[in-house]
Design a protein around this ligand. Structure first.
Ligand code: MN
Length: 255
């Protein structure tokens, strides 16, 4: 009897440590065309470099399908892309400088983020993913920085490659982002003309560009729900480790 209980303790311990060492599965929101559902390799490779197993999620807003997806994944990366429809998601008429929108993708991204956050999963939103995160919880966006943000002077749509940083951001010392990166300012790449305007309830701004444009947000509390306006995967996938801690923080939180 004693030996049996000792054996079961050893077995349980082995199972727990095997489970703890398993690489977390990180869902990646896909970009859909008429013939494919895919995600750029920059995101895929960054997740792999951070010790996660990337799993691309085809576009759907069917909640039953997404519920099953969320049972499989341990964390989530929301990728960059088109502008978010201002009329549908934050009740603003589109300005002339608005970019291309993708209504089905809006529905998919926002439904998926809401469900993942509600389930308590760690989420990293990148560029459009950050904006969708803000809108999903009641925040709003600038549709076009140059024509809508007063006093903006930073170039937020760079021509240089995504592995090259072009503008500085200042990070709030009381933020998860600061804890993760350990620096008050860092140079980022920039490929956006939309940006967070009113922050969603329960979220806070964690970084800004020198012209005040929001460059990062995060959910208050312990859950890892972090959004960045820049593209950390542009650096990490090219072997630049500046933002690897961001992907590591996601995979760690996903274990
Ligand atoms: Mn920027």
């Amino acid at each position: 009897m004693k030996r049996r209980s000792l054996l079961s303790i050893v077995l349980i311990f082995t199972l727990i440590s095997a489970y703890a060492q398993k690489k977390p599965i990180i869902g990646v929101s896909s970009v859909a065309t008429e013939s494919s559902a895919s995600a750029p390799l920059t995101y895929i490779n960054s997740i792999k470099r951070a010790g996660g197993v990337p799993l691309v999620i085809p576009m759907t807003s069917d909640k039953e399908e997404l519920t099953r997806v969320l049972e499989v994944i341990d964390g989530l990366v929301m990728t960059g892309g088109e502008d978010i429809d201002p009329l549908k998601w934050f009740n603003e008429e589109p300005v002339r400088a608005m970019g291309g929108i993708a209504p089905e993708r809006d529905e998919f991204d926002i439904t998926l983020i809401r469900m993942a956050v509600e389930k308590g999963l760690p989420v990293l939103g990148i560029c459009r993913g950050e904006q969708a995160m803000n809108v999903a919880f009641g925040g709003t966006l600038y549709q076009d920085i140059p024509s809508q943000v007063e006093g903006t002077f930073v170039k937020h749509s760079q021509n240089a490659p995504s592995s090259y940083g072009t503008h500085t951001i200042d990070i709030d010392k009381n933020s998860k982002l600061y804890k993760i990166l350990g620096r008050e300012s860092v140079v980022v790449n920039s490929f956006h003309h939309q940006a967070v305007k009113d922050i969603a309830k329960g979220f806070k701004i964690s970084a800004r560009a020198k012209d005040g444009v929001v460059e990062a947000i995060e959910k208050e509390g312990d859950q890892f729900v972090v959004g960045v306006q820049f593209h950390p995967e542009g650096f990490v996938s090219k072997g630049d480790d500046t933002f690897l801690p961001l992907f590591r923080a996601l995979t760690e939180a996903s274990k």
